[in-house]
Design a protein around this ligand. Sequence first.
Ligand code: DNO
Length: 358
Amino acid sequence: MKMMFRWFGEGNDTVPLRYIKQIPGTEGIVWALHDLPAGEEWPMEKIEAVRKQAVDSGLSNEVVESVNVHEAIKLGHSDRDYYIENYNKTIEKLASVGVKVICYNFMPVFDWFRTDLKKRLKDGSTALFYEHEKVTNMNVRQIVKQNADDLDFHMPGWEPERLGELSTLLDSYQGITEEDLFSNLHYFLNAIIPMAEANGVKMAIHPDDPPWSIFGLPRIITNRENISRMLKMVDSASNCLTFCSGSLGANPKNHPGNIVREFADRIAFAHIRNVKTEDNGDFIEASHRTQDGSVDIYDVVKALHESGYKGYVRPDHGRHIWDEVCRPGYGLYDRALGIMYLLGVWDSLNRIPSLKEK
Ligand code: DNO
């Protein structure tokens, strides 16, 4: 497996590239042009600038996370072809600078969602927390309307100045079912996978986080059945999955290791992190170590190893430790510790003669 580290770009990340280079075993960055709104064609000069920064720091730029999908595509609106055309042009440009995997998601309106970005853990560190009851009782439309003019009000993935847009968007999803979303995803895949194939790129969809519907919005990349349906929809080596142990593992009904075993040949990228789940549906992000959470991270790494996985991996959200001031979930310290754990498991599996890396 190829170990990577997510980096949000110069001036937008607290971790400098030279620190990433110093994490043992780390080959490259996972990057994106975070200042561009979903749906825009990515300009070549900006793509080239990140390629140069990565290469100058001795890191590869082969994985992009994410090229976000415009809501018109998820909604199946009549202007979707315009945004799909932009998407395809971006795929082509990214391939031209050596990008091999593009991660994206198909979650309506919100990306990952948490109720607390700094929940204190017993050891004094803080981590991202999801309180199930709070989300169930949250009237998101009302909250958005109430806070429309408050520039200090934050929702994950939404800049305060776009709150007005959020309200309209939530309305436009009324009546959109899971089947509609599947059908809109199918349309999108039919339109982009040929471009990905022609350019040697793997499109790797990210599971929904959490893997269930929130605020009445449909969510479909939630379990093995739906992942299988998505992969079969367009049966191509370029139509892949970003396996995410923390997203899928938030639902105890999912078995992350077995999902790896079943879909290994279509996993192009893996996000590995642990979560501690509670019976009431709450979950908190934990250290990567198996014993610290509810996901058997050892089994996940073992499943990748068994399959002879040669794809990309990154540690996922970490806790905020040692007083680090950083983007929620994306500090240096705990993610670097995560890498050492993942590589420790991987290296020890390599030492077992019967399991030697294929
Ligand atoms: C959270 C990330 C997600 C992921 C997107 C992929 O930290 O794992 O935001 O980048 O869902 O499109």
